[in-house]
Design a binder for this molecule. Structure first.
Ligand SMILES: Cc1cc2nc3c(=O)[nH]c(=O)nc-3n(C[C@H](O)[C@H](O)[C@H](O)COP(=O)(O)OP(=O)(O)OC[C@H]3O[C@@H](n4cnc5c(N)ncnc54)[C@H](O)[C@@H]3O)c2cc1C
Length: 358
């Protein structure tokens, strides 16, 4: 499949009027709404989201336990407050179940909320936490949004101070949680098949240094190992590892990656390639539909530093900001290609602060 969408003079990316509907109230959806409003005071903007749509910084989820922050404390503005600030409409608790591209409307759940007509549509749907088929893993939490964080924190509170937490996955998010939970007074174990922590993003030297720094906080790492099964015992979990070792935990967190939400776009016939494929303007294979944030996969044209290659998801805040600015300008009538510069993601492990460039 070709990563970059060939320029088509018949498909002007200039905003074609009518309401802009944004599906998703994460960082991507809200940032786009803000950027668009700055450039166009009058264009009707409606955001639709399956969750409550409150505005919060998702990266805070992996360092909020040690700060003893309840989920409600992380909310900077409610969806209604944020929409009012931006002069936008918001439909929280409303799921888009289908896109009717020929009629340019969205079918909603509850059905009484729709159908919703759009002039141009932006999909900012985010990504789902990956769940492995490991027997017993249904007992594990994943923390991918503020609702998940609330449930995880409740489980930690119920388990009590000093409880044992096993983290399945020692990547960026798993390592951040390990550091945060250890500071918060929990006894933490991390299991990951890679030979060193954050194995896909940092060097072996840095990964080993991070493991040593976390060990200083009491974190045990089981690297090069895999959880084969999880059994519920009386009041705790027993995790059998491939190596033959056994772990006991009161709470389990699964942090093994994210998968872009593409089902809605795929059902509507949009091109999918490691995410909802977009060109350098953020347009999907339908010129009136854009995609942004964790659900999108960007053509290599948006990454001058990467020659050729497949479309790529960039599930971090900095690329979302860059793409939102460019898409907003395009929707406001000034076609603006997305150009990602060098990227740096700060790893929130105060035991050994690191920066990952991508
Ligand atoms: C714990 C954690 C820590 C992180 N730390 C960092 C960090 O330090 N630095 C960094 O750069 N990045 C970090 N990230 C990644 C970053 O937070 C994400 O890239 C970003 O928040 C994704 O935003 P989004 O708007 O694309 O998706 P989301 O925030 O997931 O929003 C998706 C929205 O779409 C809605 N939605 C989905 N499907 C439908 C539907 N069918 N109908 C209606 N609504 C729908 C959802 O309800 C939600 O409102 C972290 C991520 C996590 C989970």
């Amino acid at each position: 499949m070709n990563a970059s969408v060939a320029p088509d003079p018949g498909r002007s990316p200039v905003g074609s009027g009518g309401p802009v509907v944004i599906v998703g109230c994460g960082v991507a959806g809200w940032t786009l709404a803000r950027e668009l409003r700055q450039r166009d005071k009058d264009r009707p903007i409606t955001l639709v989201c399956a969750d409550q749509g409150h505005f919060y910084a998702k990266p805070m989820l992996s360092n909020a336990v040690a700060q003893k922050k309840a989920a409600g404390h992380l909310i900077q503005k409610t969806a209604a407050q944020q929409a009012q600030t931006l002069g936008a409409n918001v439909l929280p608790g409303t799921r888009v179940v289908a896109i009717d591209r020929s009629e340019r409307k969205l079918l909603l759940e509850p059905a009484s909320a729709g159908p919703l007509a759009y002039g141009q549509l932006v999909l900012a749907l985010g990504a789902d936490a990956v769940r492995l088929p490991t027997p017993g893993l249904e007992h594990a939490h994943s923390v991918n949004d503020i609702g998940d964080y609330h449930g995880f924190r409740e489980a930690l509170t119920a388990a009590g101070a000093g409880a044992r937490v096993a983290i399945i996955g020692g990547g960026l998010i798993g390592s951040e949680f390990a550091n945060d939970l250890a500071i918060g007074g929990f006894r933490v174990s991390v299991v990951d098949p890679a030979p060193w922590l954050i194995g896909n993003l940092i060097t072996q030297d840095n990964g080993e240094a991070l493991k040593a720094a976390l060990a200083g906080l009491g974190v045990d790492c089981y690297l090069g190992d895999v959880a084969n099964s999880i059994a519920r015992e009386a009041g705790y979990y027993r995790i059998a590892l491939r190596s033959g070792a056994t772990l006991e935990a009161d709470v389990i967190l699964c942090a093994v990656g994210l998968r872009p939400r593409t089902d809605l776009a795929a059902q509507a016939g949009l091109a999918i390639e490691r995410g909802i494929r977009v060109d350098e303007f953020g347009r999907t294979s339908d010129p009136e539909i854009y995609a942004l944030g964790d659900c999108a996969a960007y053509a290599s044209a948006a990454r001058p530093d990467i020659a050729g290659g497949a479309a790529r998801a960039l599930p971090y805040i900095m690329p979302i900001m860059t793409a939102a600015k460019a898409i907003a300008a395009t929707l406001a009538g000034q076609p603006t290609p997305i150009r990602f510069g060098p990227m740096a993601v700060r790893v929130k492990t105060p035991a050994l602060p690191l920066t990952v460039s991508g």
